[in-house]
Design a protein around this ligand. Structure first.
Ligand SMILES: NC(=O)c1ccc[n+]([C@@H]2O[C@H](COP(=O)([O-])OP(=O)(O)OC[C@H]3O[C@@H](n4cnc5c(N)ncnc54)[C@H](OP(=O)(O)O)[C@@H]3O)[C@@H](O)[C@H]2O)c1
Length: 306
């Protein structure tokens, strides 16, 4: 997707009718005992942990982002998935910094490089700009947003990202939208110094990407599931409707639960308070293996992005 297309899409984003005012009642953490958000975070190959459910911030305008991040923090979210392309790194950082009783270590903030480049200096500068824009001191996870640009741009960008990790601007590094070829290219690169901890790819029951999952597994790379709700495009699918009724949950909760039972880090997006709270409240039921298999069988290689 080009930047122009991204911006065209952004224009369609609507600001919520009432922008949230932060009264103390909004800020009380909601952490019911069965909430998956309150469970221990999974570990990555570098030994560090990552929140398993994070709020996706794609196609959120600045004012929407401020409200959604505050609602999410109140609901117990601690991970936020932004990107240079989303143009909400600043609002995310501001919302986090203005939230009471949080320390920086409580938060896991992700951003992504807009474009790979054959210029090392350009990528270093771009990462430094994201750190400055978010104003959070460092970025927890920084990703190459896509493999576009060719081998030289991918590896030069990775080298710049490695140095950002080694010098402490970024805590860990990963990739996004990488296919098998790109993962193998990076993992077999003789100059590799910092391994990618995640590959963020589209992942839901309608696009299960088994081959790339296996390759990432082999290299100890965690899958981050983007568009875990398939952009709400399959909520009326008969199997989703039937299983949601069976587990007395919403289609969105069923799909988030599918994601975490597979062990993915999952990034459901909503700009609405009721939805983002409910989407993460999925600790109260477990999908049986038989039903997981049925959901796995829904794969139709549905692509909602790129
Ligand atoms: N690396 C990449 O290239 C890439 C690409 C795409 C996405 N991502 C990341 O992954 C995140 C999630 O992906 P996504 O935003 O594309 O799709 P998604 O999370 O699968 O779906 C988001 C859509 O579903 C709606 N929605 C959310 N909860 C709902 C509910 N309970 N009932 C009905 N509708 C609901 C949202 O609308 P409302 O906001 O109005 O609720 C929004 O339109 C992104 O935000 C981004 O952080 C990364």
């Amino acid at each position: 997707m080009t930047t122009t297309e991204m911006l065209a899409r952004k224009v369609k984003v609507q600001t919520p009718p009432s922008h949230p005012t932060l009264h103390s009642s909004h800020l009380k953490p909601k952490t019911p005992p069965t909430d998956v958000i309150s469970q221990p975070n999974p570990k990555l190959s570098n030994g560090l942990s990552i929140p398993q459910i994070q709020l996706g911030l794609y196609m959120m305008s600045g004012p929407e982002t401020t409200g959604a991040v505050h609602w999410a923090l109140a609901a117990g979210y601690r991970g936020f998935d932004s990107a240079q392309w989303y143009e909400n790194e600043a609002e995310t950082g501001t919302a986090i910094l203005s939230y009471p009783n949080l320390t920086r270590a409580d938060i896991f903030f992700t951003s992504k490089l807009r474009d790979n480049s054959t210029s090392y200096a350009t990528v270093r500068q771009s990462i430094a700009q994201s750190v400055a824009t978010s104003n959070l001191g460092h970025i927890d996870l920084f990703l190459l947003h896509s493999p576009y640009g060719g081998r030289e741009a991918r590896l030069t960008s990775w080298r710049a990202l490695e140095d950002a990790v080694l010098e402490g601007q970024v805590r860990m590094a990963g990739v996004s939208n990488y296919g098998v070829k790109h993962i193998e290219e990076l993992m077999t690169w003789e100059d590799l110094r910092v391994k990618p901890v995640v590959n963020q790819i589209e992942m839901h029951p309608f696009n299960t990407q088994v081959e790339i999952r296996e390759v990432c597994d082999k290299h100890g790379i965690k899958i981050e599931a983007y568009a875990p709700l398939a952009r709400a495009m399959r909520f009326k699918h008969p199997v989703i409707k039937r299983l949601a009724a069976k587990y007395a949950c919403s289609p969105a909760q069923l799909m988030v639960r599918w994601s975490i039972q597979h062990g993915f880090v999952t990034l459901p997006k909503s700009a609405r308070q009721d939805r983002l709270v409910a989407n993460a409240d999925v600790g109260g039921f477990e999908i049986s293996q038989e039903d997981m298999d049925e959901m796995d069988g829904l794969d139709e290689k549905l692509v909602t992005d790129w």
